[in-house]
Design a binder for this molecule. Structure first.
Ligand code: BGP
Length: 462
């Protein structure tokens, strides 16, 4: 069969998820609490239909069957995260042996099915005790993270060679310290800057620790949600607004992680507004010496911006939005369930940017996907006919393919997500999986997109 879109040999086909979103078993086998367990206990109304993280998709008990399904639909790789609070309850001290058994079992099961585990250390899930100590605002918590990272490398790196320090580290900054959609629900830009800075430092320190382990073929990276900024027009005021949005939301993590230093213009802006974080001697050298080997790119939506229509209220809390307004482009294509624009070419623009400005670092699409509400509407003969998802993936893959043809260093594509999972405040509202999950019975059923993906990964293209 001749394929129009053939991907390079060894391309990574798979999906991604995170511990809190699938494991469940939040009170079992010695797991400690994280901020999600706590926030749900104190404010369950913040979660769609009051559904919390206690059970989710029950991967803790069903991982064997789930991994078999991954194999069935052609996965050769799968990204999961370790729950820090499960591995080290309280965030510091003794490792929980039952957690070690669980993660060993999962890793072994993946390998037995020829699926390479990509393991991420932190996916929004701060252990509660450490949050009480200040979370990422605290430099001691950074040290606790490095100790946790070392334990994970020690325990699992005999079988895991691809590691990631953080998933979307900007999201806890935005959600927890600017825009009130994650615990601890603080609105304070200078604290947000401290949190962002400490996660960057924590990542670099984990990279440094990783290199001491000298893991054969080992690679360590970070996963960033890159939302390319597009100005409304070429008017210099719009272009400037777009550049500043890019500094805040992309380059604040991308530059230190990949180039080892912060963009000067961002530093100047924060300085001018009195928002610079506290730093320590030696941090600059740490960053420059510990850039990542590989970059995971999560891409869902672009960020369209325009120059501000009005001056910011000088008495309102300082925000990135002091420098730009969001722009709703007429005719934009929307995923209405999530309220996110769908713009497939964004994936190509990101890859070109990485090629031109970031040394063409080895990368892959580590998340991309489409959450849809009430998917049972599309049930036919017992299967969800998610043609919209197939189209979504296909159109993104075409642009990714073009980027690769033009020399971009992209090695794979992971969908968000394998099976429907629990989301941070939307719970089970929007479904993203190749596999549908009935949250009452925990029954799994392949969607049409799963059959399609099986074919794509087997043919290595379409
Ligand atoms: C990313 C996160 C995931 C996931 C996904 C979908 O930002 O890394 O954890 O949840 O987005 O977003 P949501 O669940 O908010 O719809």
């Amino acid at each position: 069969m001749t394929l129009e879109y053939k991907f390079p040999e060894g391309f990574w086909w798979g999906s991604a998820t995170s511990a809190t979103q699938i494991e469940g078993a939040t009170n079992e086998d010695g797991k400690g609490k994280n901020i999600w367990d706590h926030w749900y206990e104190v404010e369950s109304n913040r979660f769609f239909e009051n559904v919390g993280p206690q059970i989710t998709s029950d991967f803790y008990h069903q991982y064997k069957e789930d991994i078999k399904l991954m194999k069935d639909i052609g996965h050769n790789s799968f990204r999961l995260s370790i729950s820090w609070a499960r591995l080290i309850p309280g965030g510091r001290g003794e490792v929980n042996p039952e957690a070690v058994t669980f993660y060993n079992n999962v890793i072994d099961e993946l390998l037995a099915n020829d699926i390479e585990p990509f393991v991420n250390l932190f996916h929004f899930d701060m252990p509660l005790e450490l949050q009480h100590e200040g979370g990422w605002e605290s430099r001691e918590v950074v040290e606790a993270f490095v100790t946790y990272a070392k334990e994970a490398f020690r325990l699992f790196s005999d079988r895991v060679s691809k590691w990631f320090t953080f998933n979307e580290p900007i999201v806890p900054v935005e959600g927890g310290y600017l825009y009130d959609f994650h615990y601890p629900n603080i609105v304070d830009a200078s604290r947000a800057a401290q949190v962002a800075y400490h996660t960057v430092i924590a990542s670099a320190k984990a990279v440094e620790a990783f290199r001491e382990f000298e893991i054969v073929n080992g690679k360590i990276g970070i996963i960033l949600n890159l939302t390319p900024s597009y100005p409304r027009s070429n008017n210099p005021a719009d272009v400037k607004a777009s550049r500043i949005a890019d500094l805040f939301f992309n380059r604040s993590f991308l530059d230190p992680a990949v180039l080892g230093e912060y963009p000067q213009e961002l530093v100047e802006i924060l300085k001018e507004h009195g928002q610079l974080p506290i730093t320590e001697d030696g941090d600059k050298d740490l960053l420059i010496a510990n850039t990542v080997d590989i970059l995971g790119v999560n891409y869902y939506q672009p960020r369209r911006v325009k120059a501000k229509e009005t001056l910011p209220n000088p008495y309102s809390p300082f925000m990135p939005e002091w420098f730009f307004d969001h722009y709703q482009m007429p005719g934009r294509k929307m995923n209405v369930y999530r309220g996110w624009e769908i713009y497939e070419k964004g994936i190509y623009d990101i890859m070109q940017n990485l090629k031109t400005n970031y040394g063409n670092i080895e990368s892959f699409v580590s998340e991309n996907g489409m959450g849809v509400q009430d998917e049972h509407r599309f049930l036919k003969d017992g299967q969800i006919q998610d043609d919209y998802r197939i189209e979504f993936i296909r159109e993104h893959l075409k642009w990714l393919h073009k980027a690769i043809e033009e020399g971009c260093n992209a090695k794979g594509y992971h969908l968000w997500t394998f099976m429907d999972n629990w989301s941070w405040s939307n719970a089970y509202k929007n479904r993203y999986g190749f596999v549908s999950v009935n949250i009452n019975t925990q029954e799994r059923t392949l969607k049409k997109s799963a059959d399609w993906m099986k074919e794509v990964s087997e043919l290595n293209g379409f």
